[in-house]
Structures are given as C-alpha cells and as structure tokens.
Design a protein around this ligand. Structure first.
Ligand code: ATP
Length: 297
C-alpha cells in the first residue's frame, strides 16, 4: 500500500485523485496500521458551579469507527464534546489524539490537527451559494493575501481551480448538484445539514464530532445524511463520533454505542447490546419504561 505524501494528506485532491478513487484513506496513513486507538478520553471531570456535568468520564474511539454517544437529557454528552473540542477547559482528566495529549488545545489548533466538531466550521454563509460555501473552508488560501493576487496570479488561479474541483466532488458525493448554485440561506434544514457535512469534508478532518446531525431533519434527508456518513466512513476512512437521540439512526450507523448517564460512562457495546442493558434501561429510558416493559413481557 502506498502511503500518501504529507502534501497529499493535507490537500489530497492536489494529487488529482477524485474522491471516490483513493487507493486508501489519507486518515489510515496518519497512523501506522498497528495503531487503532484514535482518541482516548481519560477521567474527564467538568462542573459548572454545583452541577457535575461530566464526572470521571473515560472511553476510547477506534480509528475508522462511527461511535455513537447517547444518554438522557443532561447526561453530560454535549459538555464532554465541548471539552474534547477545546471549548471548555476540563477540571481534570486528559484527552489523547493519536497518542498526543491535546487536553485544552484551542479549537483552531484542533482544527489544524484534524479534530473537528461540526460547529467549529462556522454556520453556512447564507448569501453565498452552496459551492462558494464549500470553497471558503480550506484555510490560508493564496487568494486571501493581496500581495499574492498581484505577484502570483497564476498560482492563485490554479489553487482556486483545484479547490473548485474538490468542491464539485463533494457536491457530487452528497448529491447536492440540484442546489449547487443556490444561496445557502434558501436551503431546507436538512440540506443545510448536508452542506455542513460537505464543509466538514472540505476541511479533511481525521475525526468528526457530530452533535445531533439528525435533529429536525425529515426522514428522507436523514437517510441521505446517514448514507453519506456511512460512505465517508467505509470508502474514505472517516472516523465519526456522534451525539444522537434517534435510536434508529444510531442503530443503523454506530458501532460501538457509548451510553452516558449523570456525567459518567454507563455502558459501551453494540446498539442492540446497550438497548438490552438493564442499567441503561434504568438510567436512560427511565424506570417507568422498564416497569412498563416488564408488564408487557
Ligand atoms: P442533552 O441531550 O439534553 O443535550 P447532554 O447530555 O448533552 O443533554 P449537557 O448539555 O452536557 O447534557 O448538560 C449536562 C449538565 O450540565 C446539565 O445539568 C446542564 O444543565 C449542565 N450544563 C451544561 N452546560 C452548562 C453551562 N454552560 N452552565 C451551567 N450548566 C451547564
């Protein structure tokens, strides 16, 4: 297997390979095959005044997995995401990425490392088209510097063409072609979620944290979003960790599923395993549901 050059890992499309034809994942090349642990959460604590939002939470995320994070309201899922993504400092505990301690790294440093929480990519620019929204994601473009536009117009143009081609591949991949030239502000909620996924792809992350990507999306678009996530994972090696309340969505996409309750990790397993776990039924679904189930069975 040929490992990608550093330049290709940063901008894989610069090699001229299309999205669907990569010989392997640029993410797979980031770590040696023996290393499968991508992210490690060790004993994270985070409180707000008297509220212990996250309490001794620990788990690992395997490279190439789609890990689901579920739990009842107030379980601490979003707070933990925010700690990982550098938005909240942890009270204690550590986050390792590829073995490197990234605890407390600022969001832009994590972005540069390929750790991306979806809203680290600012929400869509409503007065730009879908294609333009994709094209503005890659940072440090030559055309952003006035001097380069004067002194190196050919290089600026070449880079713009390359990024445009990449945007077109992402549009094809997500089947956004019918709305490619539409202003993002005119998209439906579900289409905006797809665009958000597309903007994520433009950033070439190594791990993506999705926070309720399915919320408020109709069933048809939800299936398209789910299919896109599965293809990104299987065909291109993306690693995902997603908070989601829709158990059908979780069951279709995620393995493993981690359950949080009262700030801690309660269980980890397949969707089926955690749904059958008595402690999870007690904590996540509530004792009322458990007793109701017992009455039925
Ligand atoms: P949901 O599924 O409802 O989004 P969650 O599992 O994501 O819930 P968090 O949003 O992380 O849970 O909240 C965990 C606890 O921390 C809750 O009691 C919440 O009220 C509290 N909390 C979260 N953020 C803050 C904050 N910025 N200030 C004070 N308390 C907070």
């Amino acid at each position: 297997m040929r490992f990608w050059s550093t330049a290709e890992r940063i901008r894989p499309w610069a090699s001229g390979k299309s999205l669907g034809k990569r010989p392997g994942s640029n993410r797979a090349a980031f770590f040696s095959p023996a290393e499968t642990l991508l992210l490690e959460i060790h004993n994270i604590y985070k409180h707000f005044g008297g509220i212990h939002a996250v309490e001794d939470a620990s788990f690992t995320i395997e490279q190439g997995s789609i890990t689901g994070l579920i739990g009842p309201n107030g379980a601490g899922k979003t707070t933990l995401f925010n700690v990982i993504a550098g938005l909240y400092p942890a009270d204690s505990g550590r986050v390792l990425f590829g073995g490197q301690d990234i605890t407390g790294f600022a969001p832009h440093d994590l972005f540069a490392k390929g750790v991306l929480r979806t809203f680290q990519i600012a929400h869509e620019f409503s007065s730009l088209s879908v294609r333009e929204n994709l094209m503005v994601v890659p940072g440090r473009q030559l055309g952003e510097r006035l001097l380069d536009t004067w002194l190196r117009p050919a290089r600026v143009k070449a880079e713009e063409i390359t990024i445009g081609q990449r945007a077109d591949e992402v549009i094809d991949f997500l089947q956004l072609n019918p709305v490619a030239t539409e202003l993002a502000g005119n998209l439906s909620g579900g289409q905006k979620k797809l665009l958000e996924l597309g903007r994520t792809m433009m950033a070439e992350p190594k791990i993506v944290f999705l926070d309720e990507v399915g919320a408020g999306v109709n069933r048809t678009l939800l299936r398209t979003i789910g299919d896109s996530i599965l293809r990104l994972n299987r065909e291109q090696g993306y690693t995902f960790c997603m908070i989601e309340h829709d158990m059908d969505f979780i069951s279709r996409l995620c393995d493993p599923v981690i359950v949080m309750a009262s700030g801690s990790v309660l269980a980890k397993g397949t969707a089926q395993e955690v749904m059958n776990n008595e402690a999870v039924i007690e904590a996540y679904l509530g004792t009322g549901r458990k007793h109701a189930r017992e009455r039925v069975t």
